[in-house]
Design a protein around this ligand. Structure first.
Ligand SMILES: [Zn+2]
Ligand SMILES: [Zn+2]
Length: 243
């Protein structure tokens, strides 16, 4: 699998840099995981929109999905121009009413998931695990050829997150907060908590993402390193990882 960081910011985009968006590619798939503000423009640096088969939405907070509305429109125009044949497939939480908006005429197909769903998309298998977050939100696990990629999406320390990401070859984990903010803000992880999850789950490699717009990101790395001694990276737009 090849993972490209399309966007890495929590809450709102920065100049030229989007919120959450990650392009996962295999031989038979191009899957966009989350589609926050700015993702639709930036992902075109790496592939054409027509090549993207699936978009998976972890949850309906604006920093994770709002560019999907433009993508629906892009799918419509592309299909009318006969550039895209199958409609864009949008995978989103079954129990969130917003999922009803993911169907856009014949130009998108809506696929719904729930805790415990297993989706087989060509050569990958995708699982979901419920997070602890103010609205319904799921971590996403992708298996492909004996490799495992796990994405935390947004969560605070949760009941089964460690089991879900266990032994991941690559763990993409939110790190919205600095260590000293643990008690101030609920629903997110500090860098140190992210490091602790990676350590407890015995993951091989971790990327910190969903970054805050303040402070020094090097501190996030140093705080995660107190708990996790494996390979550790900060998400940067355009960075590519092979899993
Ligand atoms: Zn978020
Ligand atoms: Zn959120």
């Amino acid at each position: 699998m090849k993972l490209t960081i399309v966007g890495r910011w929590g809450a709102y985009p920065e100049k030229d840099e989007p919120c959450s968006g990650y392009l996962l590619e295999t031989k038979n798939n191009k899957i966009l995981i989350d589609c926050g503000p700015g993702v639709l423009t930036n992902v075109q640096r790496y592939c054409s929109l027509d090549e993207i088969d699936y978009v998976i939405i972890s949850h309906f907070h604006p920093d994770h999905f709002t560019d999907i509305y433009s993508f629906q429109y892009a799918s419509m125009i592309s299909m009318k121009l006969a550039k895209r044949r199958p409609p864009l497939k949008i995978i989103s939480p079954l129990k969130d009413n917003k999922s009803k908006e993911m169907k856009y005429g014949e130009f998108t197909e809506s696929i719904l998931y729930d805790e415990g769903s297993i989706l087989s998309l060509n050569d990958v298998e995708i699982r979901f695990s419920l997070n602890e977050h103010p609205i319904l939100c799921y971590s996403i696990g992708v298996h492909h050829e004996n490799k495992y990629f796990a994405y935390s999406a947004d969560t605070q320390i949760g009941h089964n997150l460690i089991e879900f990401v266990e032994k991941a070859d690559l763990f993409l984990c939110e790190s919205s907060l600095y260590e000293n903010m643990e008690k101030e803000i609920k629903g997110h992880l500090t860098a140190r908590q992210a490091g602790n999850i990676a350590h407890s789950a015995n993951v091989k490699k971790m990327i910190l993402t969903h970054l805050p717009h303040f402070g020094d990101h090097e501190d996030l790395l140093n705080q995660a390193k107190k708990e996790f001694i494996g390979d550790l990276y900060l998400a940067n737009c355009g960075d590519v990882y092979y899993i």
